[in-house]
Design a protein around this ligand. Sequence first.
Ligand code: NAP
Length: 315
Amino acid sequence: MIQPDKPLRLGIAGVGKIARDEHIPSIGRTGGFVLSATASRNAGVDGVAGFRALDEMLAGAPELEAVALCTPPQVRYDMACAAIAAGKHVLLEKPPGVTLSEVHDLVDRAQAAGVTLYATWHSRHAACVETARLWLEQRTVTDGHITWREDVTHWHPGQDWIWEPGGMGVFDPGINALSILTEILPFAVHLVRSTLEVPENRSQPIAASLAFAGPGGAEIEADFDWRQKGPQTWDIRIETTDGTVTLSQGGSRIAFDDSAPKPGSDQHVTEYDRIYRRFSGLIADGRSDVDLAPFRHVADAFMLADIKPTAPFVE
Ligand code: NAP
């Protein structure tokens, strides 16, 4: 991998929760990029050139080499098209868009423009995911269970976009579990059952119950629920003929059989530090990274859905 001799100038579109909590601190820590501009209607970053829209940022800060799109997914495609057309390397927050077709189109556009397109899956960079992947690589998986239960009112206060078409409801966190699953399993699975609970006053699911089939009769079940009060659960348990591995706390803890969960060795490096290192490496190597497996499973879950109306959601 060729390392650039100086940090690349990066612009962020959408200065919201994830940009503030993770992107901006990681850009400051990892060294491959310098935050040079932002595009956001209602927010900015002290000391950084601020624009109200992406097109204004592309016109007003032509020195930018890369753009990170941290907006909700519904507005990402148009922004990505504009950034690619302007010759910028593009980082997409998860999920990479609102349809599979628009992301395929972005892949073609990035390739034609000779820029890097990086569809990020931050949970794949949690501290124990790679350990689980390596452990499972040589084993025979028999079944597994994902439990991803959190309180939407705590994690997404006032975020209307998650309830609108393309926001994907409970799949906004659930796709993180699927991104880990598709990373650690030594084979591909396909969806065989999907039950979605949709509040009567919303268009997107608040809970999902899924089943996936794999080779040799392996079955993986997933239970996503946004109504969890009290302790929050982000666990993936995979059974093999040779023992069990459990990832907990979103992949930051690991346990084998019934041992106590242990943290990964380098907990001080955050998921987003690893994302920015990878973005830098992809740019240096002239490559893109767009793995649509987690997104495809969500599309399948909507396609195969047995929809159960449920109680209205009131924040
Ligand atoms: P958010 O707080 O709602 O922020 C997104 C920002 O994008 C907004 O503050 C808004 O800033 C801008 N924006 C542009 N067009 C918008 C539109 N049509 N509707 C709403 N906002 C618009 O959302 P977020 O939690 O940061 O999530 C953004 C993306 O990151 C999502 O895809 C999410 O899945 C992903 N993500 C979130 C988290 C998390 O913990 N929240 C974790 C990992 C990944 P202006 O009003 O200033 O334009």
